[in-house]
Design a protein. Structure first.
Length: 319
């Protein structure tokens, strides 16, 4: 009789556990759907309901902490993530997300401890998710101006991310900030793997890699954002001084009025076709690499941006 009672108790427990697990899975699925639709508050509610049913579900705790960070409820995020670590102290994802919370709170001391813990667990093979802890830790060291440690962690990121081009770009930025222009600009060419421009595929125009430009037409195509164009447009002037006829392919039409006042640009276009008469093409942000710039030779001919003469006269009278 006792044996039968034990069997019935075991069956009842398994049935109850199965129902609870099913409810948890249902709430987590709903949370993921809401998160996908950017309904973070609703997603957090469903993750919380799953935790009520299974208080020691570390994945639900992790996600509740992660979403709490997104909605800027930092203390709640810390509570959820700490509880996830009470459930499993070797849960490297929770260490990484906890580091993110402290990073946002500008508590770099705690953030570094969390990231280092996540990296140590990852190195042991527990989670591949936390290769990003290497990147985050590198950012902190960059902000602290500890360039060597930043590079060390970016190198780890590249190693574990299997040559992720984004990781190489971070290293390129760091090398450039150290003044290692050759290595930095060489590495920065990997951005081509992330952002492919239509001009890159124009086989009818050879790439410019330092050939003589005297009386040659060169197509310079801009990339990235306004600040990048403002900084690197100076190199169009440099190529003009080398005798080039400069054609600028401008991908930010909002800058046309300003760029059109640059006397060293012979022509501005927004689209390129095989009918374009040019001898070479080059990405604007690749020119310093080709010119082998160093911190001592950075081209700084001023001015290289010009304002509208009529506006200058107008505001001179007003001011």
């Amino acid at each position: 009789m006792k044996g039968m009672n034990l069997i019935f108790f075991t069956l009842a427990f398994c049935f109850h556990f199965a129902i609870q697990s099913s409810k948890t899975a249902s709430f987590i699925k709903k949370a993921q759907e809401e998160e996908k639709n950017k309904n973070f508050e609703k997603a957090l509610q469903y993750y919380t309901l799953s935790i009520v049913i299974e208080p020691k579900n570390k994945e639900a705790l992790l996600n509740a902490g992660r979403i709490s960070l997104i909605v800027h409820n930092y203390e709640q995020a810390i509570n959820y993530l700490n509880y996830a670590l009470k459930v499993d102290n070797s849960y490297s994802n929770a260490w990484y997300e906890l580091g993110n919370v402290y990073y946002v709170k500008n508590d770099y001391t705690q953030a570094k401890k969390c990231y280092e813990k996540a990296i140590a667990l990852f190195v042991k093979g527990i989670s591949s998710y936390n290769i990003y802890a290497c990147r985050s830790l590198a950012y902190i060291y960059l902000e602290e101006n500890n360039i060597d440690k930043a590079l060390k962690n970016f190198d780890l990121f590249v190693h574990y991310a299997k040559n992720n081009p984004l990781a190489k770009i971070h290293i390129a930025h760091t090398e450039l900030s150290k003044g290692n222009f050759k290595k930095g600009f060489d590495l920065y060419e990997c951005r081509r793997e992330i952002e492919v421009h239509p001009e890159d595929r124009m086989d009818f125009l050879p790439d410019w890699e330092g050939q003589d430009l005297n009386n040659k037409k060169i197509l310079i195509y801009t990339e990235q954002c306004f600040g990048d164009i403002f900084q690197f447009i100076r190199y169009a002037k440099r190529l003009k001084q080398k005798g080039a006829i400069v054609i600028l392919k401008l991908h930010r039409k909002e800058l046309l009025d300003l760029i059109s006042f640059c006397p060293y640009i012979d022509k501005i276009v927004f689209n390129v076709s095989p009918s374009l008469a040019a001898d070479f093409k080059v990405r604007m942000m690749s020119i310093p690499r080709i010119l082998q710039e160093t911190p001592k030779t950075v081209y700084n001919s001023q001015p290289y941006l010009y304002a509208c003469p009529k506006l200058i006269m107008h505001y001179k009278q007003k001011l």
